[in-house]
Design a protein around this ligand. Structure first.
Ligand code: GLP
Length: 241
């Protein structure tokens, strides 16, 4: 795992933006895996700026988001589809039909997961996957205990994850109990992974990610076994290494 140490969140977003921008410039038709949460927001802002300056186009890019809450429709402000539209998609030229997220209100969630995997395969798998890190080591919504070969599947969210994400909802009761997530097996097939971690509250998780044993109890630890992972972390997040 390559570690890029940055001063702060702004520098983290800049570095990540440079990596994605280079990827687009290199191939044009990249397949990106995208994440939600607070951490990639700065990256998305920077990508929008690069697009507005005319430095990059997303016209031939395809994107697959990691996850979506079960029960939330695209027009629900807490759905990840809504987040992506607001924070990135509506500001760039990525065609709607090339921007995929699992459908949180699919009639048959298991079939939706199966179909999502097929879409990723048809696109030739993910060239570059952006990841954030949950406090309990989750990636996407793969909670502790998830087998490392799982494909896209339906998960029961940990109480700790619901509590961590309750800040976006009116109350903890409003946070869905289930989600659809790309599996660890799907994530590990990405050709390159860029993991973004910022802030002191993630310092213990980063320490376990980098120095801990590889274990299903801490899903992100499996990334130690991927041959092309770049961890971009700020000084606070790296403070316990
Ligand atoms: C959510 C998402 C993850 C994300 C994590 C960390 O649970 N499903 O993909 O990485 O939160 O979020 P944040 O960046 O807000 O700390």
């Amino acid at each position: 795992m390559d570690i890029i140490r940055v001063k702060d969140y702004d520098e983290l977003s800049e570095k990540a933006c440079k990596i994605l921008t280079n990827e687009i410039k290199k191939s044009g038709s990249s397949v990106f895996g995208l994440a939600t949460g607070s951490t990639p927001e700065g990256l998305y802002q920077q990508l929008i700026e690069e697009y507005k300056k005319g430095n990059i186009s997303f016209a031939d890019v395809t994107s697959f988001n990691l996850d979506e809450y079960v029960g939330l429709a695209a027009d629900d402000p807490n759905s990840y589809r809504y987040y992506m539209d607001e924070k990135l998609f509506s500001h760039i030229d990525l065609p709607d039909e090339q921007a995929f997220l699992p459908n949180g209100i699919a009639d048959d969630p298991d079939k939706e997961c199966h179909d999502y995997e097929a879409l990723i395969k048809d696109a030739g798998y993910i060239d570059l996957q952006v990841l954030g890190l949950g406090l309990n080591g989750h990636i996407g919504f793969n909670e502790p205990g998830t087998p490392v070969d799982r494909r896209t599947h339906v998960v029961d969210l940990d109480e700790s994850t619901r509590e961590a994400n309750a800040r976006f909802f009116n109350s903890l009761d409003d946070v869905p109990k289930k989600a659809l997530t790309m599996g660890i097996g799907s994530i590990m097939e990405s050709k390159k992974i860029v993991l973004l971690v910022s802030g002191e509250k993630k310092a213990d998780a980063v320490k376990r990610l980098v120095n801990g044993e590889v274990s299903e109890d801490f899903p992100a630890s499996i990334l130690q076994k991927h041959n092309n992972v770049i961890l971009i972390a700020d000084e606070e997040a790296l403070s316990k290494l």
